[in-house]
Write a protein that binds this ligand. Sequence first.
Ligand SMILES: [Fe+2]
Length: 331
Amino acid sequence: MSRVFQVQAGSPASRSRRPGPSPPSQRSPWSERSDDSANRGRIVAGYLSPHPPHLIYAENPPQNEPRSHGGWDVMRWGYEELRRRMSARARPDVLIVHAPHWITMVGHHVNCVPNPRGISVEPIFPNLFRYHYDFRTDVELAEAILGEADGLGLVTSAMREPDVRVDYATIGALHLVNPAWDIPVVSISANNNPYFYSDASLDEMEVLGEATRRAVERTGRRAVLLASNSLSHLHWDVEPDLPEDMSREHPYNQHQYEWDMRLLQAVREGPTSRLRTLIGEHIEQTESETKAGSLTWLLSAMGWPDLAGDVLAYGTVIGTGNAVVEWMPRG
Ligand SMILES: [Fe+2]
């Protein structure tokens, strides 16, 4: 066994397994068929799309240096189903992702770098995730979100420094939804304020969601939203010698599992307005990563729709609960 928080980056074993970076070879899953103008300027789908680095490690994509024997298959099948469904629909103009590990202490930041490139490393699991990324930002939409958020009274900042490393929660969700990386991106930071308050104030995420929707409508984009959050978030502090040893994977405890199921049952039944209070209760009970606000941002941006969510998969990763969920607005 090895202590999770003492894992050394680039161990001799992992170095010997590195394939080295290579360009993405995946074929885009998105349909190329065009969409009619009536569908412009709207959010066409929202996904709870968690980012455990283990899922990408298990996929063995060419962009990630470490190699694995697989693992966490059911979660990865959920993402496969997500990609299959999207391939049957018109291609979106942009993926907008809110992620909890781009932490900003003051205000909400939006990445306005036109072509972020670099290596994203998971600081706790550098043995699993050292990912070479290269993608395009929809700068016009990024700036529109900043403008709308400013107008609604939020503290904001445009991030224009090309050498800032993109966090693994942003990269993880984007890779799992679109491994071909052929759709422009807008990446939004997680303001850290909720972590300073025991009641996990998420009010600002409601406003940020509203700003996001207004910007999508004003710029005429067909947008897919990604909330890069796990659910219950207590986890092991040791990992097996073989990280993908599935005989060691299970919920952290029964309490965490039952609260994840309580939340997901409400998701499956709908409407999303039920989640407004339940998300906060779930955070209090499970230390849920939704405390960072990504899920609240997504549902606010979609106007807390009168919809049931479709749970495509649930599984645990080092004991944390993770669900892939689709909300697909009508029409
Ligand atoms: Fe995370």
